[in-house]
Design a protein around this ligand. Sequence first.
Ligand code: ADP
Length: 496
Amino acid sequence: MTEQPPENPTETTSSTVGSEATPHLGRLLLATLVLCIPVVLVFAVLVADGDISLRAAAIGAAVVVILMAVMLNQHFRRVRALTRYLIRLREAGDDSPLPPAPSGGDLLSPGLSDAIAETARQQRARRHDLRDTMAMNAAVLAGLPDPLILVGENRRVLRLNPAAGALLGQELAGRDLALGLRNPSLLAAVEAILEGGEQQAVEFTIPGKVERSIAARVLRLPMAASQEARLMIALYDLTGVKQSERMRADFVANVSHELRTPLSSLIGFIETLRGPAREDPEAQARFLKIMEEQSHRMSRLVDDLLSLSRIELQEHTPPEGNSDIAEILRSVASTLELEAARYGMRIEIAAEALPPVIGVSDELTQVFQNLLENAVKYGEEKTVIRVAARPLAKDGAGERRLGRAGVKVSVFNEGEGIEREHIPRLTERFYRVDSRRSRRLGGTGLGLAIVKHIINRHRGVLEIESRPDEGATFSVYLPSGGAPALALQRAEPKAS
Ligand code: ADP
């Protein structure tokens, strides 16, 4: 679809100008003589018949030859001017003004110069339209987020848009498509279209560090669309969609599994209470206690699921208002004091003069409730859980990490700690280092996922540090009030 340049303009120009410089005089003489032959013959006959004298005939013939030469010279000059005009038209740049038409053109044929000038104007307008359309097409192709490839005969890649270049490498242009996309079903679809098919849709995967799932549409192009391009391949990256489909399926499977266990135990106990244990008050009391625990477990799971979905919905809206972190920590610690005491544990809070934190108190309470509950659940019995809260040092590592002024709250517990490889996954839903232990201790596997999403919403950072047998520290960085606009931070756990 590119504009064709004039075929070797230098050569054509020089040959035309050359012919103009060549014996113009010779051609003029030759044409004059040829055109005067009949007149000379007429004079010869008149002389032979004695109608006029030889002298009169010679003078007459000479006058006719001279007149003819003058007229022909004029004519040739106009044709040359017209030829020069046409050459200038052809060589004029698309943006330079069109050369003026020579005056002699209309003497050769009425309206000739105007017709030539109008044709030249129309051609130029069409070229401009074509250039604009091509620029727009190129911009649309470049702006498309999905990869697009134009393929010609023999599967040769003619053009890739930037998205396709990023996926397959720009160097694929001009080469066989199979060098970039080896998938047999895609290549078969391309062959089918090259042999006359209309369109095909295929799905395939591109192996690599991260395997990509791709949907491709192969479409035949009308021959007029481009002299070379025979078909177009539009690719759509399904990796994200497939991944979220998988995550959704995993999530549903996990939730069903978590609910099924307490449900089947409840059903089992109900049957036992109606049957064998009907007359056994001691067994009844024991079973009812277990049923109560299982019901609480289901209720906790449902509560956590609801919290998670509510927080996820709000995650993109930054919180408003200020919260007093020291107050939140004290209130959470007092609700957990009894539980900690059951394991001979104590919670100690050290809170320096803290600025107010930008956040919703209820949500921040849930963060520290979950972290402290975990410290009690997974910490060593008869030890102290230490909570330290302090403002971030100006220009210190914490402030750089958060991207602004804030506070850091660390919850430390002694205990067996967490192996390094588990740390990055702890905030995934239902991920547990030891599922049986978590369930036995009443865990739902959602506590840290909730923590992560709340901290994300608060534009904070979660850091997890642990070494086996040395316990674990969960640190939360939160922006404090009154500082410039918040930079979005992700609360992905960092191992150390
Ligand atoms: P759970 O309900 O299982 O406690 P969480 O999401 O709160 O779920 O925690 C996920 C997992 O992280 C836990 O099952 C546990 O293996 C590990 N974990 C969390 N907190 C601690 C901690 N303070 N010490 C050791 N391991 C922890």
